[in-house]
Design a protein around this ligand. Sequence first.
Ligand code: PRP
Length: 180
Amino acid sequence: MSELPSDLARVVLSAETIHARVCEIADQLSKDYADKDGLYIIGILKGAFIFLADLTRQLTLPHVVDFMAVSSYGKTDTFSGAVRIIMDLREPIEGRHVLIVEDIVDTGHTLSYLYRTLKGRKPASLNACVLVQKERDSLEVPIHYLGFKIPDVWVVGYGLDFADAYRTLPYIAELKREEG
Ligand code: PRP
């Protein structure tokens, strides 16, 4: 692998490790939903776009891809959990088998909000597929398909950003933080 950018401390998940796990999850999804009449996949922008693209191209069952963009009001320890929709789905999801695809669960507020909001639209089923979850205190939110648990550090790459930088790195790396 070429040298890490100087702002990054270490690789947390290599491209190869991610690819192998994405294929495993896609296999599992293809089995679990095989008897359903298609899957309605919702990628949560911006962070999920790379995971979603790799995951869906490995699926062997009929599926539709749609997107939502949500935004939270800051990410501090006193974060209120308020989330709002910036861009909504194109279609109603009533009666459909829905899978939320997220890059990361940190506090859990975003996924919790998505469950509350989307359940109200009466899907036939509603599950979540998340690439990484931080090992930290967070809201209890069900994650039906999880790629990896990772330490509670700031990570970038494979969709994850720092001020919109680093999203398209092929691996996930820990960002160096300024001391003090
Ligand atoms: C990230 C990520 C999740 C959310 C998870 O999005 O994509 O949606 O944070 O955090 P939580 O569990 O603490 O709610 P972010 O708000 O950084 O936006 P982005 O995806 O556009 O980068």
